[in-house]
Each structure stands twice: as C-alpha cells, then as structure tokens.
Design a protein around this ligand. Structure first.
Ligand SMILES: Cc1ncc(COP(=O)(O)O)c(C=O)c1O
Length: 428
C-alpha cells in the first residue's frame, strides 16, 4: 500500500474508485505551470463589459465547440431525474409555498444545504442560509451589503469576468492581488493592499479558482480569514466549484474558519447539478438581515418550484452518485486536454494543474495574441476565453482559459489540435 501511495504521489499511477490502481497515461513532455503575476497595489476603475459580451455571444451557438464557456456541458447532468423530481415537487407544492419561500427561502432546501456544509465539517444552521438566483446574485448581494459605489474591493488576478462586470456596474473599484496558479491569493500582497488602501471587502474563490484552478490549503484559508478579521474587512467567498474535486475529500471553505461572522460564503447548484434551476445561496454571517432585505428589494424571492424541485432531488435523486461520476469524467477530460495542449500547442506554453473544476489556464508564447486567437478559432467553430477578460487592465494578452467540461472529449482534443495550429500560425 505504501508503494502505491508513493507511486500515486509521484503521478505515476492513479486510483479509480472501486476498481484499483492504474498506470497513468502521461504527456510526452510535461509543460510547466504559469508563474504568478504581480499587479501593482493601486485601485482601478473597471471597464471590461464590451469585451465580455463579444466573447459570451459566441458561447450561445450549439455548433461551436465551447472551450470558452464557463459552464460544463449540460449532458453531464442527471436531467431525467431532475425532471422527475420537479414533477413530484410540482404535484406536492403547498398552496402557501409562495409565501413560505420568501427570503431566506425554502426551509427544506436550506436544511439540505446545511447538511452538506456539515459533511464538509462546517457548522451552519438552515437559518444562516439565504437562497438566491445562482451564486451570481449571492455575490451581488454580498457586494451591495458590504460596500458602496467608489469603495475598493480586493480581488484575485486573474479573476472571473462576471464578478468584474458586477463590480463595474456597482461603480466600485478594484485592487488586483497577485494570485498563485497553485494555492491562490498571495497573502503578502493582500496584506500590503490592506495596509496601504482603504479596502472595503475582499472577494476570493478559495477552491478551484476561475480561471486558474488554484485551491488554497486549509492553513492558508485560516490565515486569510484571520488577516481580514484583524482588519475588520468582510470576505465574500465564491465557492461554486467545491463539489468538483478530484481528490478524496471535499475541500473546506474559508467560512469553516470564520469566528467573527465576516465571511459571506456563496454557493450554487449551477456548476455541479442543475444550471437551469438558477439556484444558489449565500451564508452571510453577520450580514444576514441586510442580505435578506437586499434580496427582497431586488427580486423579492427566488421561484418556489425550482427550490422545491432541488430539495426533492437532493433527498431522493442520487446526488452523490451523480457527483462521483461527474468528477471522474472531469478528471479524465483534464488528463486528455493536458496531454493535447502539451502535444499540439507551440513549445514554451505553460499550463495549470487544477485539482478540481473544469478550467485550464494556458500561458502561450508572448507573440500569440489571445484575442486574435479567439477570432481565428471562432472562424473554425471553436470558442476560447481570452486572458484579457480576466483582468481590469486587460492583462494576460497571451493567455487563454480552456473549458474541459465539454462532454465529447474527442471533439475537445480535436479543437485543441486546431488551436495549436492557429497559435503556431500567429507566431510566424
Ligand atoms: C467563479 C464563478 N462564480 C460564480 C459564477 C456564477 O454562478 P451561478 O451560475 O450560480 O450564478 C460562476 C459561473 O460561471 C463562476 O465561474
């Protein structure tokens, strides 16, 4: 057993649940990881909207291989079982549900979410959870609860473009903090920003960061929470990928270390189970009543039926089984995409080694302009998410984020081969 553990740690073999150990297929050469960027500790207005919408438009067309999408393929999800749960829930929906499900939302669903927190070692009561329209609404409510226009939000660099759009729309500013592709936000740089700027809040993806795939170790999460508590600065924790881990256990959120109620933890079923349900939640700590009021004045409530349908599925639908299969497929797709990028992209590319989620972040040679690659790829029926989307200063000009959550691994690998050829053309 020790020999197996040593071989697995060295990446030579892999364990497959209920099957045994297998020799791992390895790329012919192992590409290096991208290095951490070092943005200056100054605050900046945000302006990324046009670029984001140009790229998002391409994702809507089903004939395009969606390597630029932020969603996994809908084919990964247990649609039939979800539909059955929705039908059962609809038949039993109480007359008073529209009133009972007003914020904080459906009690049974909150109870089941609290149970999942407990399984991850976090003590959260159903009363501490507010149901939202996806994590995006949770993040927006969190930002509105802790900051106002003109305030500075500390964010990771690179970071998820929709969050940048939200901050832009709210008239807030950002300070971009260097973030390691392996273990997340750099605490020294964050401390420096806290010391030199009037930071109103910090927004962090603690597990499988989008686009880096980085995950903070528990000790670092603990330190982050303590650092922010000392500065009395709220932490909005965006944790939508936590269920999609490739290791043995679900990673804990930073919220697990929150003793002062300053962490607002945002979760969602959109990435791991039911994107169309638009069900997410926030566990807002000491900001609960403010969040409930903001939710009420923005959308009144989340629809009753999707809440009841998800509660029904979580009780009887086989969620754990679905997640096991989904994680396994994603881990295999990651191996295939890593191998394809290593083989087909121009020499000198660097790529991340995510331990969960479905995003690969690729640094290409400086002479490859990711926006140009995006245009050329679209003409060949492939979308990519170009690096400048992920920064207020439109940095990462030679980076792309590739989604390996597409169901058809073969077409993903073919698309990567095409991207490699286009990249090589751009270097000429
Ligand atoms: C990091 C991150 N946070 C939040 C969201 C939004 O989640 P939801 O679809 O639940 O609103 C996404 C979606 O792509 C995401 O990648």
């Amino acid at each position: 057993m020790q020999a197996y553990v040593r071989l697995e740690d060295s990446g030579l073999i892999e364990a497959r649940p209920r099957s045994g150990y297998y020799v791992r297929s390895r790329p012919s050469r192992q590409a290096a990881e991208p290095v951490m960027s070092s943005p200056p500790a100054v605050s900046t207005d945000v302006n990324v909207a046009n670029l984001v919408f140009d790229v998002l438009e391409a994702i809507k067309h089903p004939e395009i291989v969606p390597l630029g999408s932020a969603f996994p393929s809908p084919e990964h999800f247990p649609t039939e079982r979800l539909n059955r749960a929705a039908a059962d829930a609809a038949r039993q929906l109480p007359v008073w549900s529209s009133v009972r499900d007003l914020p904080p939302g459906n009690l049974e669903l909150r109870r089941l979410i609290a149970l999942r927190y407990a399984e991850a070692g976090v003590e959260i009561a159903p009363e501490d959870i507010v149901i939202t329209c996806g994590a995006m609404e949770a993040i927006n409510l969190g930002l509105n609860a802790v900051a106002k226009p003109g305030d500075i939000i500390a964010i990771e660099s690179p970071t998820f473009y929709s969050t940048l759009l939200s901050i832009e729309r709210m008239g807030m500013k950002v300070v971009e903090i260097a973030t390691s592709p392996r273990d997340g936000i750099d605490l020294g740089s964050l401390q420096n920003a806290l010391d030199t700027l009037d930071v109103a809040a910090c927004l962090v993806m603690s597990n499988f960061q989008n686009p880096l795939g980085a995950s903070m170790p528990d000790e670092k999460k603990r330190e982050l929470v303590a650092m922010l508590a000392k500065a009395n600065t709220p932490l909005i924790e965006d944790d939508v990928y936590a269920e999609l881990y490739f290791g043995n256990t679900r990673p804990r959120p930073a919220k697990a270390f929150d003793r002062s109620g300053l962490v607002l933890h945002c979760g969602s079923f959109a990435k791991c189970l039911a994107p169309g349900s638009r069900i997410g939640w926030i566990t807002p700590g000491r900001f609960k009543s403010e969040i409930e009021r903001l939710k009420f004045v923005s959308t009144i409530s989340t629809s009753s039926l999707p809440q009841a349908a998800l509660a029904e599925y979580l009780k009887h639908g086989g969620y754990e089984r679905h997640l096991r299969g989904f994680r396994q497929r994603l881990a295999e797709a990651l191996a295939a995409m890593t191998e394809a990028v290593t083989k087909h992209f121009p020499a000198g590319c660097r790529l991340t080694q995510p331990q969960g989620g479905y995003m690969l972040w690729v640094e290409m040679p400086k002479s490859i302009d990711a926006l140009r690659l995006h245009q050329l790829a679209l003409a060949e029926g492939i979308s990519v998410a170009p690096g400048p989307l992920f920064s207020v200063k439109r940095k990462y000009k030679n980076f792309v984020r590739l989604n390996y959550g597409h169901f058809d691994v073969k077409s993903t690998v073919n698309a990567v081969r095409t991207l490699g050829r286009l990249g090589a053309d751009l270097m000429r």
